[in-house]
Ligand binder design. Sequence first.
Ligand SMILES: [Fe+2]
Length: 388
Amino acid sequence: MTHRDDMTLTSSGFYVSQEAPISCANPVPTPSVPAPDILRCAYMELVVTDLERSRNFYVDVLGLTVTEEDENAVYLRSLEEFIHHNLVLRKGPVAAVAAFSYRVRTPGDLDKAVAFYTELGCRVERRAEGFTKGIGDSVRVEDPLGFPYEFFHDVEHVERLAWRYDLHTPGSLVRLDHFNQVTPDVPRATKFMQDLGFRVTEDIQDEDGTVYAAWMRRKPTVHDTAMTGGNGPRMHHVAFATHEKHNILAICDKLGALRMSDHIERGPGRHGVSNAFYLYILDPDGHRVEIYTQDYYTGDPDNPVVTWDVHDNQRRDWWGNPVVPSWYTEASLVLDLDGNPQPVIERTDSSEMEVTIGADGFSYTRADDESGSYHGQASKGFKIGNQL
Ligand SMILES: [Fe+2]
């Protein structure tokens, strides 16, 4: 990574700056009207092909709490949540994401959302109370990047089960933490999210300024959503938080005990980006769920932006474990407002998988290590030797 004047190399090996050093050649126009005041990512509406099978996964295996359900949908929440749901499983023909849903500060922010997206020429629908159980008046949009978003303020309050330790399990999910979206043009997506009021916390770049991923926040954690470079629009994962690292290990133990180890895709491990402890699992439809804990506070206005070199082998796993290829290539379709899958557009910028792992698709690199050895160890092959 070339040193840039606005970035400072830290003793941890990444760079920090005050302004997100992401430049965009073909931005979505910035609307003249103010963006809605978004509080946080609130819930995801997932379309699943077998409701009973998915209910078993999210309720019996992962322990989410059922707030309400009927023959077409299950409304689930995490243990510390007081709004009606953090996840809706809706029965449908194609496994996909129907909505990335954000809560806004006031009912008036729904009018702002309508004006903001209407000026951009996006499809916008105001949906009266009752369309989604537990949620009041809402606005749904197809955003300029092709993602289906929902904004709402009014919501039915339910009991926060934080104190109900009789209901907690070793792998308890306590909060919805973030979404992760796949998009072919990360700088364009990031600039648009900045117009929507998001601030960049971390990103991954190369020496040419190609941006491979960016993490953005509204609430004072590392992120509410991230943009991952790849064919899109698609949904990469939805993440739930546990209190501690051992809760994530307990989920791995439970999946093993249930002979469901095939559902573990990547991890457990420690991220470089976000510093969080993580695990990636796949639900019965292949929707990816991250279990995540212990990132850091980002609420100050001068919170430093962290930039990682794409060739830093510790950026995605702090212990240097390689990323499995499926994690880069597989993601869920997203739906338009009629419920039809959005067409997927191929990424033309460099792919993170191509630049960081070899032709076998399963290895890692380090910066300034073109010869393929580092302290005498192979670094372009698999971590332990070169065999697969
Ligand atoms: Fe994540």
